[in-house]
Design a protein around this ligand. Structure first.
Ligand SMILES: Nc1ncnc2c1ncn2[C@@H]1O[C@H](COP(=O)(O)OP(=O)(O)OP(=O)(O)O)[C@@H](O)[C@H]1O
Ligand code: NI
Length: 366
């Protein structure tokens, strides 16, 4: 079994049924997390990153619903539907799909831990930090109260809380933002989960503290042999901690690559635009190009390639043909862009959409 990925997400679709229409927040997303890996999910605000990771934990509230796809985690079916919809037209759950109770008792907090951006979403303000951590360890690891307390103090020390025995009885508000995030990491590790899902946990912190937290994660990942799914809009964080990356745009994965391939050889114009918009040691700041325009709403996504109206390489065909995510390099890099289908999609002969230089032949961008 160890050659199957720890987490496998296939063609996941999660929609919100709102008065304004159907929000296709996650629209056919696939990716995997292998054991021991840190996998990034990156993209602008609204790309569907949080909805994707909440779907993995089955934490989607009405009017949202997972309407299609398959998610397996460590041999268990977190999401799985029959091929045919039921008589009511709704997707029918397969028998092996975990119930809500099983998700709560077997998966969330024990097999998969979550770290959110706002620590107060996970910490109860009226209980001491040590008490919350101790209880979690007691419940999840079946330790005695005293043993769980000792373990809690040990983990608090490991995540870099100074004088953890003294701080044990402090309340969450007595900790700084950075220290609270360390406590959350301690809570996540306390259950010894197989997978830790982190949704922008360092966004609210200043860069120095953020750097310290990322270093800590890197060290602990090795020690605990945990796998991570790390959500961020920050390519700098991706560079620092991820092994592999999935780039999301408007509900879809548009590129998947190892970190090195992504940074040195991006294959999707959106990835390139993201990379051009961040400072890099090998470029001067004058080379910085902010990503222009805004991502459209996922209620009526643009036809064809969803990125075409912001893409410097878009051609007419991109307005009509939707590119599939497919292998584009021998190293196993994936991209969803018609420029890689030059012949089949007739990209090569299609007219460029941008008019930033005087009209010329189709090769003027080279
Ligand atoms: N409860 C909801 N009802 C309606 N639409 C929703 C709901 N939750 C999320 N969405 C929509 O789903 C889309 C994806 O949102 P999501 O929060 O996953 O983005 P994100 O990539 O995590 O962005 P951010 O970086 O801002 O956290 C957005 O268009 C958002 O407006
Ligand atoms: Ni989010």
């Amino acid at each position: 079994m160890s050659d199957t990925p720890l987490l496998k997400v296939e063609n996941l679709k999660t929609q919100f049924f709102t008065e304004a229409g159907t929000v296709r927040a996650v629209d056919g997303v696939s990716f995997t997390v292998e054991r021991g890996e840190i996998v990034g999910l990156v993209g602008e605000s609204g790309a569907g990153k949080s909805v994707a990771v909440r779907s993995i934990l089955r934490l989607i509230d009405s009017p949202g619903h997972i309407v299609g796809g398959e998610i397996t985690f460590d041999g268990k079916t977190v999401v799985g539907f029959e091929d045919e919809p039921g008589t009511d037209g709704e997707p029918t759950r397969r028998e092996e799909m975990l119930t809500n109770t099983e998700m709560r008792s077997q998966i969330r907090g024990s097999e998969i831990a979550l770290i959110f951006q706002d620590p107060m979403e996970s910490l109860n303000p009226v209980f001491t930090v040590g008490g919350q951590l101790r209880e979690l360890i007691e419940l999840n690891r079946g330790l005695s109260k005293q043993a769980a307390r000792d373990r809690a103090i040990e983990i608090l020390r490991e995540v870099g809380i100074p004088q953890p025995a003294e701080r044990f009885d402090d309340y969450p508000h007595q900790f700084s933002g950075g220290m609270r995030q360390r406590v959350l990491i301690a809570m996540a590790l306390g259950c010894e989960p197989k997978l830790i899902v982190a949704d922008e946990p360092t966004t609210a912190l200043d860069v120095t503290v953020e750097g310290q937290i990322l270093d800590l994660v890197y060290d602990l990942q090795d020690k605990y042999d945990a796998s991570f799914l790390w959500v961020t809009h920050d390519m700098g964080i991706v560079a620092e901690i991820c092994d592999r990356v999935n780039v999301m745009y408007l509900g879809e994965v548009v590129e998947r690559a190892s970190v090195d391939d992504l940074f040195y050889n991006p294959q999707h114009p959106y990835t390139e635009a993201l990379l051009n918009s961040i400072p890099r040691p090998d470029q001067s700041t004058e080379d910085l190009q902010p990503l222009e325009g805004a991502m459209p709403e996922p209620i009526n996504p643009p036809s064809g390639c969803r990125f075409h109206d912001r893409c410097p390489e878009a051609r007419e065909v991109c307005q009509r043909t939707h590119p599939d995510l497919r292998t584009v390099t021998e190293a196993g890099q994936y991209a969803a862009c018609l420029k890689h289908d030059a012949f089949e999609a007739a990209y090569e002969t299609s007219r460029p959409l941008t008019d930033e230089s005087p009209a010329a032949g189709g090769d003027r961008r080279e």
